[in-house]
Write a protein that binds this ligand. Structure first.
Ligand code: FES
Ligand code: FES
Length: 162
């Protein structure tokens, strides 16, 4: 089948790849661009392990066609750390031990970034509601929520100082 040529921006860099019409964005990220941080948990939009941010919106990349990424701006877990420094959300997940096997973790962190981009000061209830689509079999969710609220506080502090 004829492959489609897709031009997009991934984590701030121009990216191009070829994809079959039915290829998902998740498979293109992993197999064509080598960005294997986004995971396939369910492949059906139920677990959030494949979460990415597309033009500022949180998306399950297993449900989006790669061809739909044409001209879009995509953020993946690989884009969060900068110059060897973990993003505050990543750092807080470590500090709060908010992961065990880690399979859900990239999706949880990307979803948390989308939350804090949209709402820098979420309540616990808002954070739990936002992350309800990200399933974790290992940790329970309390440590995750504590990490996200702590990261939110740190990011607000950073903004005040800047
Ligand atoms: S792999 Fe996409 S939601 Fe589970
Ligand atoms: S840490 Fe294992 S699924 Fe979440």
């Amino acid at each position: 089948m004829k492959k489609l040529h897709v031009s997009t921006t991934v984590n701030g860099d121009a990216a191009e790849f070829l994809a079959e019409p039915g290829t998902t964005l998740l498979d293109a990220l992993r197999d064509e661009l080598g960005l294997t941080g986004s995971k396939e948990g369910c492949g059906s939009g139920d677990c959030g392990a494949c979460s990415v941010i597309v033009d500022g919106r949180l998306v399950c990349s297993c449900l989006m066609l790669a061809a739909e990424a044409e001209g879009k701006r995509i953020e993946t877990i690989e884009g969060l750390a900068s110059h060897g420094e973990l993003h505050p959300i990543q750092q807080k997940f470590l500090e709060h031990a908010a992961l065990q096997c880690g399979f859900c973790t990239p999706g949880l962190i990307v979803a948390s970034k989308a939350l804090l981009d949209a709402n820098p000061d979420p309540s616990e209830e808002e954070a739990r509601y936002w992350l309800a689509g990200n399933l974790c079999r290992c940790t329970g969710y309390d440590k995750v929520i504590r990490a996200v609220l702590d990261a939110a506080a740190e990011l607000r502090q950073e903004r005040r100082v800047a």
